[in-house]
Design a binder for this molecule. Structure first.
Ligand code: NAP
Length: 285
């Protein structure tokens, strides 16, 4: 049995849907991991593997919400990893491209030096180190979108409908990743993983800027909902024109070399993932 912490999150919901009866999902209602006395080990009985899909994912708020960011992203992964190590259970955790500074000019290998670009990335890096230090497995991903939760494609559709035109950052490049595709890779990886510790990069197959991604999101939406959205002009803007509390990387394309070698990548083409995502998404927010 696979135990999934964070079963109600965007990725967690996809993991649960794909794993079916082979998984037991835990939500915050059952265990609040922000509470240091939450004792995750009591949920590990009968587990063959544990996946941590919990995180504090409010990247901008993390700049000031330092306690919860540190607790959820730096401390909890290590606690879960240690509980799994003690129980002899495989542990898989997720991390982010924000552990890198964004200055690379070609796809970033799994063993590249980290220099987190913001407070969220710094806490996630501490979480990575703790998991690797106890023999766990870490998958870094980026630009996640999924039917269950707020995400960039839903925001673009809402704004396109409200405003009839979009202005989107065009000087940050990364890899959009469908939560459903990441869940599939993660579950297949756990069937026969190499011995830990392991750092993996798991991202969608295409690199692009946010402005291009916005266009791809709307085209895919039109393809699955013909007549629901007319042509929407999309202007590319510079990062300085869209200031955010947390810095974002200019370039954070992750090389998936290790998963490629295991035959677990590439993920599906973006067009296909986006169309499935729109079909799944009932109420864009
Ligand atoms: N989203 C992205 O673009 C992105 C990019 C790169 C990496 N990642 C990483 O990918 C992983 C999955 O992200 P996601 O987008 O699926 O996140 P998400 O939708 O925000 O889900 C996070 C889950 O963690 C749970 N959680 C938060 N605090 C908790 C607590 N104190 N106790 C128990 N559960 C708690 C949440 O529960 P509630 O439902 O009760 O709030 C939620 O179900 C994370 O490690 C994230 O850092 C995400």
């Amino acid at each position: 049995m696979i135990v999934v912490f964070g079963a109600n999150g965007m990725l967690g919901r996809e993991l649960m849907a794909l794993a079916g009866p082979a998984a037991r999902g835990l939500t915050r209602a059952e265990i609040d991991l922000a509470d240091p006395s939450s004792a995750p080990e009591k949920w590990l009985e009968g587990a063959s593997a544990v996946i941590n899909a919990t995180a504090y994912t409010k990247v901008d708020a993390a700049e000031t919400e330092t306690a919860v960011n540190h607790r959820m992203n730096a401390e909890v992964p290590g606690e879960l990893a240690r509980a799994c190590q003690a129980a002899g259970v495989r542990f898989l955790h997720f991390s982010t491209d924000y552990v890198f500074p964004g200055t690379a000019t070609k796809p970033i290998p799994e063993d590249a030096e980290c220099e987190p670009i913001n407070a969220y990335g710094a806490a996630k890096r501490l979480g990575e180190e703790a998991v690797l230090g106890t023999g766990g497995h870490v998958m870094r991903t980026s630009w996640l979108f999924g039917a269950h939760g707020p995400c960039f494609p839903k925001t673009m559709l809402r704004l396109a409908k409200e405003r009839g035109a979009l202005r989107v950052v065009a000087d940050q490049v990364g890899c959009p990743t469908a939560a459903a595709d990441l869940a599939s890779v993660a579950l297949r990886y756990l069937q026969n993983p190499p011995p830990g510790p392991q750092m993996l990069h798991a991202v969608g197959p295409e690199a692009m800027d946010w402005c291009t991604f916005a266009g791809r999101c709307l085209s895919a939406f039109r393809a699955v909902s013909p007549g629901d959205l007319g042509e929407v002009p999309i202007d590319g803007i510079r990062t300085e024109e869209f200031p955010t509390p947390a810095m974002r990387p200019a370039y954070s394309v992750l090389a998936t070399t290790r998963l490629d070698a295991l035959g677990l990548t590439p993920m599906r083409p973006l067009e296909q993932s986006l169309r499935d995502f729109w079909r799944q998404t009932n109420s864009p927010s």
